[in-house]
Each structure stands twice: as C-alpha cells, then as structure tokens.
Design a protein around this ligand. Structure first.
Ligand SMILES: C[S@@+](CC[C@H](N)C(=O)[O-])C[C@H]1O[C@@H](n2cnc3c(N)ncnc32)[C@H](O)[C@@H]1O
Length: 260
C-alpha cells in the first residue's frame, strides 16, 4: 500500500489526532503571526481533514476560513459546533482548486503535501489562488527533524515510509520556486502532545500516524510490543509527551497586502 484512503479512517483520525487545548492555542498563535491574519483576511485551509484548525482559526481571528478536503468522510467529522457561517467546508481536489485567482490572503496546509501525487501542480494552484503578497504556510514534518519522532524508535518501517514520502527541504524549495512562491523561513514548534506514556500508547494502538497504516500488520504489532516494553521501563521519559512539527513560511511575490 502506498497511499491512504482517508474516507476509511476519518472517525479514527477525528478521535486520535485531536490536539490538547494548549497545543492548539500555541499553533493558532503561530499561524496568525506567520500568516499575517486579521479579521479582514480570507484563508484557505487546504486539506483541512476533520477541520481541527479551520473553525478555531476563523474564531481566533474573527475572520473567514474556507476548509477544503478531497475526503467527504473527513469533512463529515468536523465537530458539531463547527462555525460553518464563517468557515464553510468544500469537497475538492487540492490540485484543481474551485476558486478564482488571487482571492486568498493565506493558504494554510497541515500534514497534506506528502499525500499529494502531483505536488508541483498543487503548489501552482496555491500560488494562483493567493493574492500577490499572500502567505503560504506548510505545516508538516521536515526531513531534518524526522529523527525527533519517538514512534520511529519502535516502528522503523514507518520511519522509512515517511522518509520516502516527505519532500526534502531542497525539494520543497525547488517546488515552491517552480510554482512562483518565495520561501521565507522555517518555524519549528514543540508542543505538548499527550499527558502520559499511556495516552501516547493509546494513540499508537489507534495508528494515529498515517505511516502506521502503510506498514504490515506484523511490523505494526512488533512495534507496538517494543513501545509497550519501553513504556513499562521508562514511563516518565518526557519524549512521550512532546512533539515538534515544522512550518515552512512562503509568500507569493508582489505588492504587500497592507494589513493593519
Ligand atoms: C493527515 S490529514 C491532515 C488533515 C488536517 N490538515 C489536519 O492537520 O488535521 C491529510 C488530509 O489531506 C487530504 N488530502 C489528501 N490528498 C488530497 C487532495 N489531493 N486534495 C485535497 N485533500 C487531500 C486527506 O483527505 C486528509 O484529510
């Protein structure tokens, strides 16, 4: 298997990828700052999945955020209090965006690009839909910090999967330039992910990382036994509790947007 059908794991994703409130608040602040968001900006949450950022982002800036995902089942898992009036959800393909050119102030993507076959086409669509001076934020793992992911200690096969599908920092630079976007900086954010080793194990048992769906069941069960053994011996290891995710900030060259 080389790709995931998110329709089949939508419920699981909604339950096991929820962030702790303090981690979500930490990320929203970073996205607002790096995306230069205000109540006047229009944001696209591209590959929004179960909308874990879409509604909260709209609420925190008091603005509008459109969530787009190819998976209907993921969109259906948006929380019951999702604010559709300021954060409508659209089913479409990230490589063929159903929007006019130059309409968004910011396009935000979280853990999506590595799932997309034609990344160049996707980024060209991002660039087309951004206003000149608009921001593109790509929240994802980056190759130079893959080594920090605790789960890989137990599931080397999952590390290999992610190593293959995560574009290198050089590749990303090229893809961005190829799409007419200018990379500005990387931001690494370390946030609290769980409250205990047992909570982390529970996420592993539920295959919270998509690469755990892409290894064999034998590999998965062996990795789980290694993780459970390590948790028995080192329940207090702080690496259970925190994770680091990166965000690449880029812009579409052009005159500034003149935000206040
Ligand atoms: C790991 S989830 C991330 C969801 C969300 N951004 C988040 O951080 O919770 C990846 C999402 O990308 C979506 N996706 C994959 N390929 C896509 C495409 N070509 N167009 C739109 N969405 C896509 C999947 O359906 C899935 O919801």
């Amino acid at each position: 298997m080389t790709s995931i059908n998110y329709d089949t794991i939508a419920e699981q994703y909604a339950e096991h990828r929820q962030m702790l409130p303090e981690a979500l608040a930490q990320w929203l602040a970073v996205v607002v700052r790096e995306g230069q968001l205000s109540s006047q900006t229009l944001v696209l949450d591209l590959g929004c999945g179960v909308a874990r950022f879409t509604g909260p982002l709209a609420r925190v800036v008091g603005g509008r955020v459109i969530g787009l995902d190819v998976s209907w089942e993921m969109l259906r898992q948006a929380p019951p209090d999702h604010p559709t009036h300021v954060a409508p959800l659209v089913q479409a393909d990230a490589c063929v965006l159903p929007f006019a050119s130059g309409v968004f102030d910011c396009v935000f993507m979280s853990h999506v690009l590595h799932h997309i076959g034609d990344r160049q086409r996707c980024l060209q669509e991002v660039a087309r839909c951004l206003k000149p001076g608009g921001r593109f934020l790509n929240r994802a793992m980056r190759t130079s910090i893959l080594g920090l992911v605790l789960a890989y200690r137990f599931f080397p096969e999952a590390e290999a999967v992610d190593g293959r599908r995560t574009p290198s920092e050089g590749d990303l630079d090229e893809l961005l330039h190829g799409a007419g976007l200018r990379p500005l900086q990387w931001v690494d954010v370390r946030h609290k992910w769980v409250n205990s080793a047992e909570e982390y194990l529970q996420k592993l048992r539920n295959k919270y990382m998509s690469s755990l769906h892409l290894i064999t069941e034998v590999e998965f069960q062996a990795g789980l036994r290694r993780a459970e053994g390590y948790a028995r011996e080192h329940p207090e290891d702080p690496s259970w509790l925190y994770e680091t995710i990166s965000m690449l900030v880029a812009e579409k060259p052009g005159e500034g947007l003149g935000h206040e």
